[in-house]
Design a protein around this ligand. Structure first.
Ligand SMILES: [Zn+2]
Ligand SMILES: [Zn+2]
Length: 153
């Protein structure tokens, strides 16, 4: 990695109008929308924009550290306009992702930094569960088996 690309905290990413609107819309919400959802939000302000353009700009913005990408196998990639370290909880049924109302755990960060020999650049921590909406629905057969004996009620 050369010096130029390393200290990119101030390097000016060319902010096209499209990029600005995408960033703007994403920062307004805490719902961690998928690219499709962002496309629908952005389209109200930029009716001509294509889904491909939205995708491409989301990749550029996340590559630049201006937004966060939330990836987990088996569910659609989501995006977060909040790039400060914070913790997520994800619903295994509908894929909804919420922020956890927790402060970060410096003790955890310090322990990792000391312990592994890596230069730690960041991390993500995600809990999984069943969201309040999905919790109202009966459990699937598989979930009953998975949680054998530990399910409430
Ligand atoms: Zn859910
Ligand atoms: Zn978040």
């Amino acid at each position: 990695m050369n010096k130029k690309s390393r200290d990119n905290s101030k390097s000016p990413l060319r902010m096209t109008r499209q990029r600005r609107v995408i960033l703007d819309e994403l920062r307004k919400v805490t719902s961690h929308p998928t690219a499709d959802e962002i496309y629908n939000m952005v389209r109200r302000r930029l009716p001509g924009i294509s889904l491909g353009t939205v995708y491409r700009n989301l990749e550029i913005l996340s590559g630049n550290g201006m937004i966060q990408k939330i990836e987990s196998s088996g569910s659609a990639r989501r995006y977060d306009g909040n790039v400060k370290i914070h913790y997520h909880v994800r619903c295994v049924r509908c894929g909804r992702v919420d922020d956890l109302p927790l402060s970060t755990l410096p003790v955890l960060e310090r322990a990792v930094r000391k312990g592994c020999g890596y230069e730690i650049l960041g991390y993500s921590l995600e809990f999984v569960g069943i969201c309040p909406n999905c919790g109202k629905l009966p459990k699937t057969k598989k979930e009953r088996q998975d949680k054998n004996g530990t399910q409430r009620k």
